[in-house]
Each structure stands twice: as structure tokens, then as C-alpha cells.
Design a protein around this ligand. Structure first.
Ligand code: GMT
Length: 378
């Protein structure tokens, strides 16, 4: 099939899932056309089946903000028309689903029917989408999509609870490429960071408020009182300065390393003993799945879709949001010498259930149903 994928090109979870999905589909022989405003961060290799169409939007003094959605819709129209796409798959509702609706209507006037699939990722529903400034457009464009998927049961429930949705939402969970995300031998790196064989605790995120990175630091500060350990913080974002300040206040600076945005996050995860995800909300928790694939057990909250991923007492533990004492207790339990190897193995086993080879056919089957509908259209 010829598939257009619309996503954010940044390190955010939805862009990562969209890019990895496109790469995996291309490997299966589909022709994939990415449509976005810059090269997706994980689109880092050449393949005869991968294409990238950049959305450019000229500035004009009248515009306080560039009308990206219009430029995106126009680009979708041209790519669908000239590359003869079979369907459009947009990731993250805002503004991709409404831009796709506009493109679809324009294409109809050219005699082209293009099925549109919208994949909901989380904050497009739970944070931004339900804001009154976007809600009517989000509701409308989800209802107008030919197919809708959500990355967890919890997100599906939330979407029905918060919006007036009349469409069936299919749950297709996120997935992982186990060839890329696997524990690698990185002893030299481990030795450099933890010269005295300290335990390594890892957190990766976009450092937004919803991630509660300050809880990561508080948990770590308690853990290190009992178990010599170091904290690796991967990623960057609005909360970073506050977190640096907190580290100084708690006098943890010598044991905390800010690694910033990393392309090869699997190399950092390869030296990890424990992953912390104390998020306020998390529709799926892709970063936790990446950790588990690298044999790192997870301490997370019970927010959103996390209980669908982390098995309490097996591949990690889940606690109530903000219950730092509980997370510390669980962290110390996992880090015991007799428990750690078991949790590591369980984390890997759990990650294997989300292997791209298992999840990709679910998307392909969904595409087939929608393109069959297409043949029935006038
Ligand atoms: O985590 C973020 O803030 C980024 C956000 C995004 O849309 O890029 O991530 C969301 O989508 C990911 C991929 O489906 C999920 O794994 C994350 O759980 C979800 N984030 C939230 O729900 C906060």
C-alpha cells in the first residue's frame, strides 16, 4: 500500500511511534510518505520505500502565528494526489486530524476519496484536546476520521468519557523494535558513570510538568541513602532548570547526571538497573517499554495506561501518583541482589509481548479494512 504518515517530527512519543511504524511498514514493502515540518528525529536511514515531504509555510507580516494547519492540508492534498496514496494515517489529533479532514474534503472535489486514520496518543485528548479552545474541532475531526485508534484501553475510555465520540475506537498498543532496543554491552560507560559499582537509575522524558520529574529526584534521594546509586536523566524540557535547582537543594548533584536529548537512548538504558516513571498522566508510557526491552524494570504510577504495561510485582511496580514513599519501598525491593536479575528478565519478557512483529499486523489489518471501504465508495 501507499501510506501517508503525518506526525510531529520531534522526540515526543507520538512522533517516535509514527516514525517507527513507517519504518516497519516500509520493511514489509509498503511505500511510506512522511508529511511533516522537518525530518522526523528517528528517520535516520535511507530506504527505497521511505519518502519525506516537508511542509513549508512562508511567513507574512500579517500572521502573528503561521497557519501551519493550512499548509499541512495543502501538502496532504498534493502528496495524496501526485503520489497516488491509498490512505492517510495521522498521529496526534491536534491539528493533524482536522487538517486531514480538510485535505479529504478538497480531494473529494478532485474525485479522490482518501481514507483517514487518526491515532490518539494521549495529551491530544487528556491535556490539550479537552481544552475548550480545541474541543469542538477535536471532537468533530475524530468523528470524521474513517478509522480511529488509541494506544491503550485507558486512552480509549478517556476519549469516550471526555468527548462526544460516535466512532468505534480500536486499541492498538504501542510497540518496540527489539533488534534496536536490547541490552548492549556498555561496561566502559557503566564504569565511567558508576566507578564503585553503584546502581544506575534512569529516567527519560520531555521534562514537562506531567512527567513529575521532581518525584524522580525525591525518590532517588531516598534510595541512595540505602543503596549507593547514580541517577541518569535523559531528555530536556521546560522543567529542567527547576530540577537542577532541586538537585542542588538536596545536595545530590554529584550523583545526578543530566544527559540531555539522546539519539541512542538504548545505549543509556543498557547500563540501567531501574527506570522511574512517576507521571501524573501517561496514555501508554513508551519510554518505560523501551527501558523494559533493555532489561530495565520499571517503577511507575498507576496513571493512564501504565497498569496495562507494567506488571505489579513482576516487571516492576505501580503506585499512586505522588506516593513517593511507596515508590522508594518498591525501588529498594527491586534493587536487592536476589531480586534484580528476576525483575530484569521479567521486564524483557513483558517487552517481548509488544514486539513490532506482533503489533504491526494489527495496523496492516486495520488499513486493509479501511481501504476495502474505499473501494465501496463512489
Ligand atoms: O509523553 C509526552 O508528553 C509526549 C506524548 C506525545 O504525544 O508525543 O506522548 C504520548 O504518546 C506516547 C506515544 O503513544 C505515549 O507513550 C505517552 O504515554 C503519551 N504521553 C502522555 O500521555 C503524557
Amino acid at each position: 500500500m501507499k501510506i501517508g504518515i503525518v506526525c510531529y517530527p520531534t522526540f515526543g512519543g507520538s512522533g517516535v511511534v509514527a516514525t517507527e511504524l513507517g519504518k516497519a511498514l516500509a520493511k514489509e514493502g509498503h511505500q511510506i510518505h512522511f508529511i511533516t515540518y522537518s525530518q522526523p528525529a528517528r528517520l535516520d536511514f535511507f530506504s527505497e520505500n521511505l519518502f519525506y515531504h516537508e511542509v513549508s509555510f512562508p511567513s507574512y507580516p500579517l500572521f502573528q502565528n503561521q497557519p501551519y494547519e493550512l499548509a499541512l492540508a495543502s501538502k496532504m492534498v498534493n502528496v495524496v494526489k501526485y503520489e497516488k496514496l491509498d490512505l492517510l494515517h495521522v498521529h496526534y489529533a491536534i491539528p493533524h486530524a482536522s487538517a486531514a479532514y480538510m485535505a479529504k474534503q478538497i480531494l473529494l472535489t478532485h474525485g479522490i476519496h482518501i481514507p483517514v486514520i487518526t491515532t490518539l496518543h494521549g495529551t491530544d485528548i487528556t491535556l490539550v484536546g479537552k481544552d475548550a479552545s480545541y474541543e469542538p474541532v477535536v471532537t468533530f475531526s475524530i468523528n470524521q476520521s474513517d478509522g480511529v485508534t488509541a494506544v491503550s484501553e485507558d486512552l480509549r475510555r478517556d476519549t469516550y468519557a471526555q468527548f462526544d465520540i460516535r466512532k468505534e475506537i480500536e486499541v492498538i498498543p504501542n510497540f518496540i523494535d527489539l533488534e534496536r532496543f536490547r541490552r548492549q554491552r556498555k561496561e566502559h560507560f557503566r564504569k565511567a558513570i558508576a566507578p564503585n559499582d553503584e546502581k544506575l537509575i534512569v529516567h527519560t522524558s520531555n521534562f514537562r510538568k506531567v512527567k513529575r520529574v521532581e518525584d524522580v529526584v525525591y525518590i532517588f534521594n531516598e534510595v541512595r541513602k540505602s543503596v549507593p546509586s547514580k541517577l541518569l536523566l535523559v531528555g530536556d524540557g521546560p522543567e529542567r532548570v527547576k530540577i537542577e535547582k532541586l538537585c542542588r537543594q538536596l545536595d545530590t548533584c554529584d550523583d545526578v547526571r543530566f544527559l540531555g536529548k539522546q539519539d541512542a537512548v538504548e545505549e543509556v538504558l543498557s547500563v540501567g538497573d531501574l527506570f522511574l516513571m512517576p507521571s501524573e498522566k501517561e496514555s501508554f508510557g513508551l519510554a518505560a517499554l523501551e527501558a523494559m526491552a533493555c532489561e530495565v524494570p520499571v517503577i511507575s504510577t498507576n496513571a493512564g495506561g501504565l497498569p496495562e504495561l507494567v506488571e505489579h510485582g513482576k516487571s516492576g511496580f505501580i503506585s499512586a501518583v505522588g506516593d513517593i514513599a511507596d515508590m522508594v519501598k518498591h525501588a529498594l525491593y527491586i534493587l536487592r541482589d536476589e531480586n534484580l536479575p528476576i525483575f530484569k528478565q521479567n521486564a524483557l519478557n513483558r517487552a517481548k509481548e509488544f514486539d513490532v512483529a506482533t503489533i504491526l499486523p494489527k495496523y496492516e489489518a486495520f488499513y486493509r479494512i479501511l481501504s476495502k471501504d474505499r473501494l465501496l465508495q463512489p
